[in-house]
Ligand binder design. Structure first.
Ligand SMILES: NC(=O)c1ccc[n+]([C@@H]2O[C@H](COP(=O)([O-])OP(=O)(O)OC[C@H]3O[C@@H](n4cnc5c(N)ncnc54)[C@H](O)[C@@H]3O)[C@@H](O)[C@H]2O)c1
Ligand SMILES: O=C(O)C[C@H](O)C(=O)O
Ligand SMILES: [Mg+2]
Length: 618
């Protein structure tokens, strides 16, 4: 008997039983029947019907070309819901972001939602109201956003490369939809502002910096790419948080760490050979090493080391002019720096070089410039007696014999150093909020300067070494004050206003990036960075600096960026580094005079205008 005959001979009761047994699994199978999609990558993530967010399994991510477009930690449905509810509950708790704006996180959400539905309008708003919204999409609110990122994460922006993606990055970069990428800002999340290791949540900083690239430098938003390299985190709270979106393992270190970053660099430069990669908020330990490793072979720079240095130099020169002295007097300034990390050391190296250039640009000049700085870190004044001194800080270690005569010693406290040195400038890049205490500011009253300068450059607001109120109230109005995060000017009550400058690398990185892009320079040279800093210093008029205004208002950031970019291009031409950009080849570029160059820069900047759309079938 054939199988078929056997089947039709089954009794009706047997058939019913069989149907029952088959139909149950069938109902379940119905629910699990795959859905055919005709989309891949970002198109799926942007489709509310198909999108599963962080719940896409790893195999699904591979099938749908989603790898790298989502944080690496795959979440269960329950975890997703828990994360969403936790975020809603947080709304009930007032977001505290320093004294200035308790609604900043809510504003960030609203702006972010606008970005998700109408990018052109988002940038229109940001550019038109940059003074109002830069503190929301950028420092200081971006710090809070990174801290709360697990709850805020909605539609992903940018790419994630993790330690688990080793060997895959070269193919993963092709999951990004844009064939042209001009600017990448990458972080490993290890030192986000002054907030420490925030792991994968640090992607917020890359997003914030690129928003400024679009708003200030007019980089086309379709050609920017925020990136997070997740090599783990040493933040114990995140390692224990069941809702954390990143790899829950300690950070890779040593060769293993370098191998991940090397693979990433090779992958992005293979797909986009002309891209510029800005390294952002890497802990000092790696910031310098990676900069040295890549700066001569890739178009990259480190914003915290190099961008900050340029902004500080411009401010320091402004402070000299504000004393009614010529800039050439800069090498006479006594400068106390609190903080010897990536930013502090970057500033010290650049300031020393600038002084040496002014003193004759030889070895002797360089040596003598070194004696203008006193560096205090977490262990106090750094001297040649310091054990296990960091190689980057070593050139700034004071000779113990010499400082002994000044009444100082290895490890002397900041207040002691300020009291004995009587500096012209007190500059903080320590990430320690309130470090310039009443005692320290009172000690600064003894400064030998006619107009002492205080740079409380740490971010965000809560990490500022002091507030302008504190500085002006203790030292009076004859000072220069700058902070990394925005503060309001201070009404001194005597008809005078204490001006609060914002000394933030946002005044330079957009122009450094844009200038490098439009010049087609193969690298970002020291000369190009120096030109950027000098351009910013020269931007301020004599009248402004005498009023204590040493940095421009953020409302003119698009103009400053244009000028800085032109200065960077001019220097790149001078150093014979240019290769041109798109239709503007190197020969044409070299022919441009100053005005034509400014025009070229301006015309290359993207503006948020709606284009007329025309439908065409693929
Ligand atoms: N305004 C800007 O444009 C700008 C740019 C870059 C960095 N920053 C800010 O600078 C800060 C530092 O950044 P980083 O990359 O150098 O960080 P980092 O962690 O590498 O360095 C911090 C340094 O501060 C020192 N420090 C800690 N406690 C101290 C204390 N009590 N007294 C003196 N020094 C102390 C540490 O020893 C270390 O040398 C961060 O808050 C960051 O947001 C501001
Ligand atoms: O991000 C900023 O506001 C400046 C700087 O890059 C920082 O790390 O603090
Ligand atoms: Mg930074």
């Amino acid at each position: 008997m054939s199988n078929f005959s056997r089947q039709i001979r089954l009794s009706s009761s047997m058939i019913r039983g069989l149907q029952y047994r088959i139909s149950r699994p069938f109902t379940t199978i119905e629910g699990h029947r795959p859905t055919i999609v005709h989309k891949q990558g970002l198109d799926i993530l942007h489709d509310p019907w198909f999108n599963k967010g962080t719940a896409f399994s790893m195999t699904e991510r591979d099938r749908l070309e989603l790898r790298g477009l989502l944080p690496p930690n795959v979440m269960s449905n329950e975890q997703q819901i828990e994360r969403f509810m936790a975020d809603l509950k947080r709304l009930e708790v007032n977001a505290r972001d320093g004294p200035s704006d308790t609604n900043s996180l809510a504003k960030w959400r609203i702006l972010n939602r606008l970005h998700d539905r109408n990018e052109t309008m988002y940038y229109k708003v940001l550019i038109a109201k940059i003074e109002e919204y830069a503190p929301v999409v950028y420092t200081p609110t971006v710090g809070l956003v990174c801290q709360k990122y697990s709850g805020l994460f909605r539609r992903p922006r940018g790419m994630y490369f993790s330690a688990a993606d080793r060997g895959e990055m070269m193919s993963m970069v092709y999951n990004w939809p844009a064939d042209q990428v001009d600017m990448i800002v990458v972080t490993d999340g290890s030192r986000i502002l002054g907030l420490g290791d925030l792991g994968i949540q640090g992607i917020g900083i890359s997003i914030g910096k690129l928003d400024l690239y679009v708003a200030a430098a007019g980089i086309n938003p379709q050609r920017v790419l925020p990136i997070m390299i997740d090599v783990g985190t040493n933040n114990e709270a995140l390692l224990k948080d069941p809702l954390y979106l990143g790899l829950q393992q300690h950070r890779l270190d040593g060769e293993e760490y370098i191998a991940v970053i090397d693979e990433f660099m090779e992958a992005v430069f293979t797909r986009w050979p002309h891209v510029i990669v800005q390294f952002e908020d890497f802990q000092s330990k790696w910031a310098f090493k990676l900069l040295q490793r890549y700066r001569n072979s890739y178009r990259m720079f480190n914003d915290d080391v190099q961008g900050t240095a340029g902004v500080a130099i411009a401010g320091l020169l402004g402070a000299v002019r504000a004393q009614g002295k010529p800039m050439i007097d800069f090498p006479k300034q006594k400068i106390v720096v609190a903080g010897a990390g990536s930013a502090g050391i970057g500033v010290l190296n650049a300031a020393r070089k600038t002084m040496a250039r002014m003193l004759g640009n030889n070895e002797l000049a360089f040596e003598s410039a070194g004696s203008q700085f006193w560096v205090v870190d977490a262990n106090g004044l750094i001297t040649d007696e310091r054990e296990n001194i960091d190689a980057d800080a070593k050139p700034f270690a004071r000779k113990s014999k010499e400082i002994g005569r000044q009444g100082l010693r290895e490890g002397a406290s900041l207040v002691e150093v300020v009291r004995e040195v009587k500096p012209d400038v007190l500059l903080g890049l320590s990430a320690v909020g309130g470090l310039f205490s009443k005692e320290v500011l009172e000690a600064l009253r003894g400064s030998t300067s006619t107009r002492p300068a205080i740079f409380a450059m740490s971010n965000p607001t809560t990490s500022a070494e002091c507030t302008p109120e504190e500085a002006f109230s203790i030292l009076g109005d004859n000072i220069i004050f700058a902070s990394g995060s925005p503060f309001s000017d201070v009404d001194l009550g005597n008809g005078h206003i204490g001006h609060c400058n914002q000394g933030n690398n946002m005044y330079l990185f957009p122009g450094i990036g844009l200038g490098t892009l439009l010049s087609g320079s193969r690298i970002v040279s020291d000369g190009m960075l120096q030109a950027a800093a000098e351009c910013l210093a020269a931007y301020m008029t004599e009248e402004e600096v005498l009023k204590g205004i040493i940095y421009p208002s953020i409302s003119s950031i698009r103009d400053i960026t244009k000028q800085v970019a032109a200065a960077v291009i001019t220097e790149a031409i001078e150093e014979d580094l240019v290769e041109g950009y798109r239709e503007m080849d190197a020969r044409e570029l070299r022919k441009l005079n100053k005005d034509e160059l400014l025009c070229y820069v301006e015309n290359s900047m993207w503006n948020p205008d709606y284009p007329t759309l025309i439908y065409k079938k693929d």
